[in-house]
Design a protein around this ligand. Structure first.
Ligand SMILES: [Fe+2]
Length: 247
């Protein structure tokens, strides 16, 4: 009998979830305006998945890309209201905000100068660059953002192939005041083996300020459950540099 009592008193293992992050700051949950959720049903399924992973809040970030997704703050904020309403009706208890993932193209600088950009938290601005070639105006655009009081977050920094043979570049970007964001699923090898290596390096050097789901579809939710078991990812979750929970 004593043995059974002992077993009953064994502490339960902690639930492995993402509640320590509190907030996700990179996703595509507004239906029909980019390559993420296509229907409200898609959005609700993913939001429910995020809630079950432990998130209390999401800042969803549709693409704004002149030659791809010509979204505007009005389109995104209009979509946000509809998603909030649908989530409420579906009983999904998660706070939802919206900003954008800005592609560094010829119109981005104009939007910056006009102050016509969506940010989150304390003027955090999420932006991405082309995957094929590194743009030569990164320094200028970062200067432009900083001088207007924006805090630039470079999206999924580990995914750009042109830096994957030159990891030291990440330190240089960070030293220049660029906050680095990593996709959770990069640690699973979902994008490529090289992307996974870059993610591991960034975690070991403690260079990541934000971690994001970059969730486009349910597959990404399922993969995050696998990422949770990864030892590098567990190390990242313990980093005091991570700012997700401040959002
Ligand atoms: Fe994205």
């Amino acid at each position: 009998m004593a043995l059974f009592d002992f077993l009953k008193k064994q502490p339960k293992l902690p639930t492995l979830d993402l509640s320590v992050l509190r907030t996700d700051m990179h996703s595509h949950f507004i239906p029909g305006i980019d390559d993420g959720a296509q229907t409200m049903e898609d959005s609700l399924a993913m939001l429910k998945g995020m809630q079950e992973l432990g998130y209390k809040k999401v800042v969803t970030t549709p693409h704004i890309m002149t030659d791809g997704y010509r979204n505007t703050p009005e389109i995104i904020l209009g979509g946000l209201e509809k998603v909030r309403q649908a989530a409420k009706e579906a009983g999904i208890d998660i706070e939802i905000e919206a900003a954008a993932e800005y592609y560094l193209d010829y119109e981005f600088e104009k939007k910056l100068k006009d102050g016509n950009v969506l940010t989150f938290g304390t003027k955090y601005l999420l932006w991405e660059i082309p995957f094929i070639n590194p743009p030569d105006n990164i320094n200028d655009i970062v200067f432009e953002m900083a001088s207007r009081g924006y805090r630039p977050i470079l999206a999924h920094v580990e995914r750009y192939g042109f830096w994957q043979n030159n990891f030291e570049k990440y330190q240089e970007l960070s030293d220049r005041g660029i906050l680095l964001q990593m996709n959770i699923n990069s640690i699973t090898g979902h994008y490529s083996a090289q992307t996974r290596k870059a993610a591991q390096w960034l975690i070991d050097k403690d260079l990541i300020s934000f971690v994001g789901s970059d969730c486009h579809r349910m597959e990404h939710i399922e993969l995050m459950k696998i990422a949770l078991k990864d030892k590098h990812f567990q190390k990242l979750l313990n980093s005091t540099k991570l700012l997700n929970k401040t959002l």
